[in-house]
Design a protein around this ligand. Sequence first.
Ligand code: 5GP
Ligand code: MN
Length: 337
Amino acid sequence: MFTTTEIAEIKNSLSTPKNITIVSHRNPDGDAMGSSLGLLHLLKQLNHNVTYISPNAFPSFLAWLPNSEKVIIYEENATTAQKIAKNSDFIFTLDFNALHRTGNAMCMFLETLSLPMILIDHHELPDSYAKYTFSDTSYGSTCQMVYDFIVALGYENLLNKDIATCIYTGILTDSGGFRFPKTTPQTHRCVATLLECGVNNTEVYNLLYDNSSYNRLQLLGRALQNLKILPEYNASYITLSKADLAEFNYEKGDTEGIVNYGLTIKGITVTAIFIETNDDEFIKISFRSQGNFDVNQFARNYFNGGGHINAAGGKSFSSLSETVNQFIAILASEKQK
Ligand code: 5GP
Ligand code: MN
């Protein structure tokens, strides 16, 4: 948590109406959007003028979150976004540890600003760009950190259904449905309070997970067909080529969660998905592991990325097949160490 002095300073600066910008990482997930919109609702209740700027578009499975229609998308509205951000008294940066996680264009812009930033995040090894940093990798989600931040500010009484629904969403998605190891008794205490604030857990689950298009399910089928195992390394991987995505009319968010299937095979402790999207000029990679296999370090060392010990992402500027070959070669060389 922030120190007591920092909390007092932040609370003091929130005592009169301010212009506040909230920024999350590129390709926002449930935790990025949930923490940003949850904090936005809270700050609005305190009479601040608050805008959430997302670097790029968010997936449709999150488009029901309260106030998601008011999110400014930097890639689509850079001029407006820049004007708003420049006009801010301060900027909250949520669910990421380095400004480049907002993508090249937005990162370059953010670096020109000399505004105080407040970082709240649970990824490994945060950069030191913020005036106030609340970085704690023991948390399973930024949403749970925002909840604790609200409590530390003494604003627990302001929690309402909208705030609670946003925060609940990020806790649910980033914990894989309360199953990942960072899900603690404290997580469940926090969730208990959120339910008391009116969260409809059945509805949230349905909106997130029972809202698939037929195409998305067919794409999942293709991904599972493409799944390969490497028993000698207790590893598996999935590839999705541009052609696979085109065949099933890929839309943003369609590949979310697919990587996890690679870990469901008995004996597999590390898995990856390699996706050749049209959105980016690189192969987007997600890594997942169980136990001690540190995919944060793996992604940092070899694939321009990072994240958490058991969930990380990265990118490759080689072709899909070259990237897969590199992955296999790295596993082989790591095994010899
Ligand atoms: P995903 O595979 O779901 O995109 O990402 C898994 C986790 O790693 C998420 O917490 C995500 O924010 C983080 N992550 C993904 N890509 C990167 C990256 O390039 N750098 C860092 N530091 N974290 C990443
Ligand atoms: Mn997160």
